[in-house]
Write a protein that binds this ligand. Sequence first.
Ligand SMILES: C[S@@+](CC[C@H](N)C(=O)[O-])C[C@H]1O[C@@H](n2cnc3c(N)ncnc32)[C@H](O)[C@@H]1O
Length: 271
Amino acid sequence: MYKISQGDFLKLVSFVHQNFGIDLSKKKQLIESRLASTLQTSGYTDFSEYVRYITSNASKTDIDIMLNKLTTNYTYFLREKTHFDFFSNTILPYLVSTKKNKVLSIWSAGCSTGEEPYTITMFIKDYLGSQASKWDTRVLATDISQRVLNIAMNGEYPIESIDNIPSKWRNLYFEKSMNSSKISVSKEVKNNVIFRTFNLMDPIRFKIPFDVIFCRNVMIYFDQATKDALIQRFYNATNPGGYLLIGHSENITKTATSFQYVMPSTYRKPI
Ligand SMILES: C[S@@+](CC[C@H](N)C(=O)[O-])C[C@H]1O[C@@H](n2cnc3c(N)ncnc32)[C@H](O)[C@@H]1O
């Protein structure tokens, strides 16, 4: 088993925190166990050599491999459904009655393998029904990991992953895949999502402000200061009356943000 020295551990922790906002300061064991196979297969003799490479001139792919090992991309369709009920019963009616330009501006930040933005799309299509074609409903979906974005763009999932989707939606929004153990999201759903690589540590410079930002189960890896700064950037990038939805196990310090608390893990920018 490879062991990481305290010096290399601190160097790696600081590199990952500065560049990606992810706090690994209590994850020494996790680093040793999860990166062991990477060190072995890539032929590193010890952690010193690996940490030197990662913190100096590592390729984007190798950084991606490391982040994938150290963070979790766990996600699934209809995750934390109370958010989607609120989205469908409160947020969409509000947006549809107020957005005269018929453009919805929705961002799934930290979208992982795509189940979240595809779920958002299904709720929008379901809500708008025959009116959907009159609206620009495209969802921006971003993640730092190209590996998960490739899976997301492919839009093909194990058949069991849609077990919790109502059968009407399975017929409407999914198609058979060439691989019989898999299922694909329909072209219509796939085409509604724009996938991009984006590091949430970077300034937010998308063209238009957002009506809704889903950033769920992403900030769990960030320390408080990183989280507070990101929430401020989200605030600046949200339309008045727009919403921020975070993971059910997460919370934001009420005093550190101008977002108004609506209900657990749901916040709104004042109108
Ligand atoms: C657990 S998944 C959450 C997926 C989905 N939002 C959900 O709630 O099911 C967390 C995702 O955040 C991404 N992530 C972590 N740090 C990031 C950063 N600095 N910038 C962008 N994405 C990041 C990870 O790559 C991972 O795919």
